[in-house]
Ligand binder design. Sequence first.
Ligand SMILES: C[S@@+](CC[C@H](N)C(=O)[O-])C[C@H]1O[C@@H](n2cnc3c(N)ncnc32)[C@H](O)[C@@H]1O
Length: 371
Amino acid sequence: MAYPAQVEWRKERLVEVLRREGGFRELPPVEAVPMEDPWGYRSKMEFSFGQDGDRVTLGLHERASFRRIVDIVSCPIAPPAVSDLLLAIKQAVNQFQLTAYNPKIHQGFWRYAVIRASLKTGGLMLLLVTNEGSREPLDALARELPRAVPQLASFWWGVSARVSDVAQPERLMHLAGSEVLEDGVGKIRFEVRPTNFVQPNLLLTGQIYEAIREAAALTGQEAVYDLYCGTGLIALILAERARAVVGVESEAENVASASRNAALNGITNVSFLGGKVEDLLRGRSLFKAGPRPSLIVVDPPRAGLHKEVYGPLLQAAAPRILYLSCNPVSLARDLKVLRERDSSLQVEKVTLFDFFPHTAHLEVLVSLRRG
Ligand SMILES: C[S@@+](CC[C@H](N)C(=O)[O-])C[C@H]1O[C@@H](n2cnc3c(N)ncnc32)[C@H](O)[C@@H]1O
């Protein structure tokens, strides 16, 4: 499908889902923000190793298959250096007598190659995840790969013996280059560590944050909450024109990076709390302990808001809520519940950011106001 037709298709799909699942009879017009160049945009790719006879392959899962890996030679939705690194890794791992991890029998060594790219520096971070085993092949790769791909700025080894198919290692070891990848969006500088959350589209993220800043329309007096804040970038961008910003995030590594990112940018009116949003909001405890919210930003994972979040979120009575979502189905469900429980809540604006060209996915920002 040609790119402009894709954007139209994703927009129609979003409107259909909001009508069907969100119970909207009338929707404000949905604006779509396409990419100027819909290639080379991914900031993170998670490749999996496979085995084809004697050869170790590296690519992506075949659709709906846990075991079959499509061996790929280039990935045009990621920056070209990512494909260079993919090929260099594939070549390098085949010099050892080690096989790819086989999820059926839980044997084999090579598991995942997670590659992150910095928009600011063009540098790459590699997290190579293996089963338990010798460090020797990794030390050899740490010597070879930066020579083969000079953009490789940071190389980590992760060990995972877990059965589930997720690239989350139990142990991490830094092997070469710097420990963090430096990046930046707008005026904000930030660090990327090997298991940090990063927004997956390098090129449009700045525009989403700008849209959030505009929709927030802060004056400098407000208390803002950034729920599901990842490494804190929305909080940091809003802090410039807020009295205080509180971020909440469940993953300890993201919380630590968020605090370091605040220090890196000399921002002092933000604080980041580690924990699950549903736990910290229970009984509205977070809002009772902190300043009364003028604006609440939520950016949950694909599953959307936990059902225990609806009540405290509404009782906080913030005049504005901004909901950033990567899943229109959970977004529609959440909007339906929130509007059914509080009829004064109105959807002011829906913006589709075309974050994932050439896929069925999309990112949406919804601006809600208490009428
Ligand atoms: C879509 S990301 C948000 C990213 C962030 N707003 C940004 O722009 O970089 C969702 C984040 O929610 C975190 N998360 C997932 N479940 C959570 C929960 N129950 N409570 C708090 N944070 C959670 C994830 O670790 C992830 O960092």
